[in-house]
Design a protein around this ligand. Structure first.
Ligand code: PLP
Length: 438
């Protein structure tokens, strides 16, 4: 049944070469497989639901470039839009119509936002949103949640999730989470527990008048999938309003993935600022932040909050984003993703139950995590109590059989519009075989 697996000689060779010239051989830590061991696959190409590694092994992809590839790899509409844009030049450092079009499309999906500014990554989006919140409120403190990840801006590398939870960088679970972040910066970042409204209330009672903003993942993906409780969401809105702090929904992962209007639409949120990335660039580097006009107009050149970028609003990236959002609108994959997700979740749960292996599977739409532990996972502490040894075996078993799951217990797996019944059956068949050997 193997349509992947060994040989991996070429990946090994490339990894050895990469380690000579790139720290750890990778340009983003989790790619190095540090949490699971072994050699990362070097990818040569991708199509639909599949990747092919440098040795020609086909891999059924559940990483989706960590979120952007909701339409599947190399979607013809996106490729065609990029090709057309290429013909017209790569970057001008001047405004273009495509920026206006993409801005209008994103804002249409987020009726609570009047204006948007494009940047080149999710990190830049959250970093800029924080600066704006501080500039707008005239306050310095920000609040983030333990295990949430918002990119690698200094203020946000405090008790952060994603690669920082698996020793893929920094000194996990201490504040700050990375060397090189001055204590003085970290002191301006208050850390609270996700899904703990009482904790948040206590924090605001102590320092609420100095808090510029609370930033949060509206559905957590970066500690594995964790779903917010209604009480927690209600407290976020109430406390930020009461104390005059801005609520920043980091929709870099969830925007256009959980619904066209992301988690904001799905959960009925009313944030002051929203951050986007991943899907809005269709696989090319794009991030953005937006909100009400009175806040956004504090940004340069209108206001005193400076933020700029040589490649911001890059025409080729805008073209990929426009084509992706157009396709999501004209052929919405959300019902399909929900059906696929439900069947995947039920199938996985059945296999683990039958094998007597304790797992908790959290899923929202096309984001899913199998936590290897008994009992619910609705807090960071519960997530990190998972059996990471077992996860490693699960991960490598899947990889050996051509299923590319995220190489960490604390990441969401993603599937796409290109994942069909064939991929679903194949996945469950492989998992069943792997679980027998766990
Ligand atoms: N915010 C969230 C919720 C993310 O998941 C990520 C990346 O995974 C980021 C921000 C940072 O985005 P980028 O990696 O594009 O800088």
């Amino acid at each position: 049944m193997k349509d992947s697996t060994t040989p991996t000689t070429r990946s090994e060779h490339l990894f050895a070469r990469a380690q000579q010239v790139i720290p750890g051989g990778v340009n983003s830590p989790v790619r190095a497989f540090k949490a699971v061991g072994g050699t990362p696959r070097f990818i040569a190409r991708a199509q639909g639901a599949y990747l092919w590694d440098a040795d020609g092994n086909r891999l059924l992809d559940y990483v989706g470039s960590w979120g952007p590839m909701i339409l599947g790899h190399n979607h013809p509409a996106v490729v065609e839009a990029i090709r057309a844009a290429l013909e017209e030049g790569l970057s001008y450092g001047a405004p273009t119509e495509r920026e206006v079009v993409l801005a209008e499309k994103v804002l249409q999906a987020y009726p609570g936002c009047d204006q948007i500014r494009f940047v080149s990554s999710g990190t830049e989006a959250t970093m800029s949103a924080l600066r704006l919140a501080r500039g707008y409120t005239g306050r310095d403190l920000i609040v983030k949640f333990r295990g949430n990840y918002h990119g690698h801006a200094d203020s946000l590398l405090v008790q952060a999730g994603s690669g920082l939870l698996t020793g893929s960088g920094g000194t996990a679970r201490s504040a700050p989470s990375s060397a090189g972040v001055p204590e003085a910066f970290a002191e301006l970042t208050l850390v609270a527990d996700y899904n703990d409204p009482e904790g948040l209330k206590a924090l605001f009672a102590q320092q609420g008048e100095q808090i510029a903003a609370v930033i949060f993942e509206p559905v957590v993906g970066n500690a594995g999938v964790i779903v917010p409780t209604n009480e927690f969401l209600e407290a976020l809105h109430r406390l930020t309003q009461e104390y005059g702090a801005l609520l920043i929904a980091d929709e870099v992962m969830t925007g256009f993935r959980l619904a066209p209007g992301g988690a904001v639409e799905l959960l009925g949120l009313k944030p002051d600022l929203v951050c986007w990335g991943k899907i809005i660039g269709g696989g090319l580097p794009v991030g953005a932040y937006g909100g009400r006009a009175e806040i956004m107009q504090q940004v340069a050149p209108l206001g005193p909050v400076y933020q700029a970028g040589t490649l911001s609003g890059n025409p080729v990236a805008m073209a990929a984003g426009i084509a992706t959002l157009d396709t999501l609108l004209t052929q919405p994959p959300y019902a399909h993703l929900e059906r696929y997700g439900q069947a995947l979740q039920e199938g996985l749960a059945g296999i683990f139950r039958q094998a007597g292996i304790p797992t908790t599977i959290n899923r929202v739409g096309s984001m899913i995590t199998v936590f290897f532990r008994e009992g619910p996972v609705s807090t960071y502490a519960q997530a990190v109590a998972s059996d990471t040894q077992r996860f490693k075996q699960f991960f490598h078993g899947l990889l050996q059989n051509g299923v590319y799951w995220p190489p960490s217990q604390f990441e969401a797996a993603f599937f796409s519009a290109a994942h069909t019944q064939t991929e679903l059956e194949r996945t469950l068949e492989v998992v069943e075989q792997v679980v027998r050997e766990l």
